[in-house]
Ligand binder design. Structure first.
Ligand code: F0G
Length: 366
């Protein structure tokens, strides 16, 4: 990058803000799109649902340059790839990783190959990878097949793999936990997340542990991960051959960071639970219509999970057991516009009325 780059403080990304905690040095070229620094929003309505003076916060990671949480890890992975003189990135993806990788590759001036399950990627995400100039290869297989192929191709020196099996991705993603602690003044009492390939939960736990070890927090939150009922290998403790769910981002039958996420859940005295597609879609709608936050279905798993933990007797983690006044963070991960087809199905046809105020009044039944 240019040596006379101006210092735009408001566009500081994850590497600039958390350099001391990241595997970067002075000679690492920083490839950033100003990611991170995402909102932590207090939700009065969710707090009321939990009750007993508990406070619920939504960490909205849809507010990132490519609309998902992947950017926070991608800035580190792509900066390190460039430091190692890599000319091309490669990833398998259910959509968001590919959008993010293609964007950061464009910013870095290198190429990016994305291997995707054909016909299984939400429209907006595919469009993003294409718009950013990614070289897209669709396979007749699922995400787990795509990742298997990427692992093989990544063995050559031609590509740097930027899936979350790359530790630099996890290092970047852990800064989401730092931001939560920085804003709350301590770690929360509970952390809820959607769970797919299991990199994000692994990263959050690493972040909470690292901040705790450096004296920035006094406690460690139990980590609660939510899988879609039709794609729940960690919950069932076995590989799911043909995972199915409306939440395409977490349609994964054999998560790459399974062991690490399981360890994080166990060490933190957390839990893994499942939510049905119906619960996911209801939570997606609830969040959009009650908080003004429009997320993609996979994201809504953490909110659906919160509802389940409040209400269902068979929940893996019951909120009835948390102390009064607990602070709970639900992370949402990807923007709703990425997957318009899911919500568009419910949209009624808008028959036009005449272009005058009376006709509009009549249409509104005023
Ligand atoms: N939410 C969204 C919106 C995602 O895109 C993903 C994963 C997850 C949650 C789950 O996070 O995999 O770290 O447990 N998306 C990956 C992808 C697999 O290829 O974009 P995880």
């Amino acid at each position: 990058m240019s040596t006379n780059e101006p210092n735009l403080a408001q566009s500081r990304g994850v590497i600039t803000r958390y350099r001391a905690f990241l595997p970067v040095s002075e000679s690492t070229p920083v490839i950033s799109l100003g990611e991170g620094n995402t909102p932590l929003l207090f939700s009065a309505r969710l707090s009321e649902k939990v009750g007993r003076d508990c406070q619920v916060f939504i960490k909205n990671r849809c507010v990132n340059p490519t609309g998902s949480f992947k950017d926070r890890g991608m800035t580190v992975a792509v900066s390190k790839a460039l430091e190692h003189k890599t000319r091309a990135l490669i990833c398998a993806s259910t959509g968001n990783t590919s959008a993010s990788a293609a964007a950061y590759a464009a910013r870095a001036g290198i190429s990016c190959v994305v291997v995707l399950p054909a016909g299984k990627i939400a429209r907006g995400k595919l469009l993003q990878a294409f718009a950013y100039g990614g070289k897209i290869v669709a396979i007749n297989g699922n995400f787990d097949d795509a990742l298997r192929i990427v692992r093989v191709l990544g063995e050559s020196n031609d590509f740097a793999i930027v899936n979350s099996i790359n530790p630099d991705r996890i290092a970047g993603q852990k800064t989401a936990a730092f931001e939560i602690v920085d804003l709350l003044g301590d770690a929360p009492d509970l952390q809820l997340l959607p769970l797919g390939n299991a990199g994000n939960l692994t990263a959050y736990w690493a972040g909470y542990r690292e901040y705790h070890a450096s004296g920035k927090s006094t406690k460690l939150p139990p980590m609660i991960g939510f899988q879609a009922a039709g794609s729940a290998p960690i919950f069932h403790n076995h590989v799911v051959e043909n995972p199915e769910t409306i939440a395409s981002a977490i349609r994964i039958g054999n998560p790459a960071s399974w062991k690490q996420a399981r360890a994080a859940i166990d060490e933190s005295h957390g839990a893994v639970d499942i939510v049905t597609d119906q619960e996911i879609l209801a939570a997606q709608r609830w969040l959009a219509q009650n908080e003004g936050i429009f997320v993609e279905p996979a994201s809504a798993a953490s909110i659906a999970g919160l509802f389940k933990s409040c209400e269902a007797k068979e929940a893996a983690y019951s909120l009835a057991k948390i102390p009064p006044g607990s602070r709970i963070v639900c992370t949402v991960t990807g923007h709703g516009l990425k997957d318009p087809d899911v919500i568009a199905k419910d949209m009624v046809d808008l028959a036009p009325v005449a272009a005058n105020p009376d006709a509009v009044r009549r249409a509104l039944a005023l």
